[in-house]
Design a protein around this ligand. Structure first.
Ligand code: LMR
Length: 416
């Protein structure tokens, strides 16, 4: 660039793939375009779905006409909301008394799940100084960015076995066993692993918890899909609750998002929970105090509207039951679409094996399509997915699934 006079030293960074794809999809005028990129729930008509329970709660909030609804909250956030978020995550049915269990957890409100991951990373970078954070290979790309910005060196543990399209449990365990150092953080997806859709089973989770305890690793859970993946909030919190209840001498943390399970994507609702071990509950308030210091210096406090909606729902038995219904609707439609895509590919005798599409869990399928096939889907058929082959299954519908299957069939046969 000639004649630029600036004090800045900036070089372009690659655009975020997920949101760049979303932008490209938005301006594509092709009538049969299909978005399988960003992880957002869509109806069978391809439309956003403000959850019916959220709409009810919004109406009640209008009637309440709370005079304080636009006021500041506290730096830690909306305190009743934080108790509700914590109870939803941890459940409190383990061997510790409820009081003992709650005394271990310090919670603050965050700018959704990304903000919770970011705050947790910055907090650990300042106050625990892990030599490395271990991310699954692959992981949500933003994990790399978040930990890079926190200045913590990133390493990866194997997670995906491409040949069998399955979870590489042995690879994960042996890498962490041999290469992770005491005090390192290990990023774990609580359920519905993004992008692979492959989760450890319960025995495997137990072994991961044992390994973390034995090697003194710090489990950092990212929980973005509680209730959304299986339809059950208990089932999707199983791993977090197991670590919490069965490893009371271990410290850990959870980044909790309400974007998917309440469909509150743009409202940025989330929480960060730091869990002390049972002998260190006396530091809990100091942890919260330090988290508040970081929050105050960055965004003062989390936003208000979205967490008022969550609070309204989860403080009413009737609305909570409605919410569980809505979770069933979303998780069942996604399962049905996995099955429909699988059936179509089998019917077309598309080369390859496709069982993994129905075996994977949650919002995404790691289809196994190559970057070249992904580009061909976009260029020829206006079907958008990530170059890793990750497809957001909720972008499929009764109306487009046959089109998508035919397109996949075509790009695979053309290449062969
Ligand atoms: C995704 O992975 O597509 C979603 O979690 C949206 C995001 O923030 O990346």
């Amino acid at each position: 660039m000639a004649n630029v006079n600036t004090r800045l030293n900036v070089a372009p960074v690659p655009p975020d793939e997920i949101f760049a794809l979303n932008g490209a999809y938005a301006v594509d005028t092709f009538p049969h375009k299909v978005s399988l990129g960003v992880g957002v729930y869509r109806t069978d008509d391809g439309k956003p779905w403000p959850l019916p329970v959220v709409q009810k709660a919004e109406k009640q909030l209008v009637v309440d006409n709370d005079l304080f609804r636009h006021e500041y909250t506290a730096i830690e956030g909306d305190v009743p909301f934080l108790g509700i978020a914590r109870d939803l995550m941890f459940g409190f049915e383990g061997k510790q008394t409820e009081e003992e269990a709650k005394a271990r957890i310090g919670s603050v409100q965050t700018v959704a799940g990304t903000g919770a991951n970011h705050l947790g990373a910055i907090f650990l970078a300042h106050h625990m100084k892990p030599r490395s954070v271990w991310l699954s290979n692959p992981s949500w790309a933003n994990h790399q960015t978040i930990w890079e910005l926190a200045g913590v060196p990133r390493k990866t543990y194997p997670y995906y076995h491409a040949a069998t399209r399955s979870f590489d449990f042995e690879g994960m365990m042996s890498t962490l066993e041999n290469d992770a150092q005491e005090g390192d953080a290990v990023l774990l997806h609580a359920c519905a692993h993004n992008p692979t859709g492959l989760d450890p089973n319960k025995e495997q989770w137990m072994a991961i918890a044992d390994l973390c305890e034995r090697k003194n690793l710090f489990p950092f859970f990212d929980s973005a899909y509680q209730g959304f993946a299986s339809g059950s909030v208990e089932e999707d919190a199983w791993a977090v609750r197991y670590f919490f209840n069965h490893k009371p001498d271990m410290e850990m943390c959870v980044a909790q998002s309400f974007s998917k399970n309440f469909g509150l994507y743009g409202q940025r609702v989330g929480a960060f929970h730091y869990v002390t071990n049972r002998s260190s509950t006396s530091i809990r308030d100091i942890v919260v105090n330090n988290l508040c210091h970081l929050i105050r210096g960055e965004f003062s406090m989390g936003p208000r509207v979205g967490c008022s909606i969550v609070k309204k729902v989860l403080t009413s038995d009737e609305l909570t039951a409605d919410w569980h219904q809505d979770l069933q609707v979303m998780s069942s439609r996604i399962k049905a679409m996995r099955q429909a895509l699988y059936n179509e590919l089998v019917r077309l005798q598309t080369p390859g094996t496709w069982e993994h599409i129905i075996q994977q869990n949650g919002m995404f399928s790691y289809t196994g399509l190559s970057p070249k096939q992904v580009y061909a889907l976009k260029d020829k058929y206006h079907i958008y997915l990530l170059k890793s082959g990750r497809a957001s299954i909720s972008g499929l519908s009764e109306k487009n699934v046959a089109y998508v299957a035919r397109a996949i069939d075509d790009v695979i046969r053309t290449e062969n």
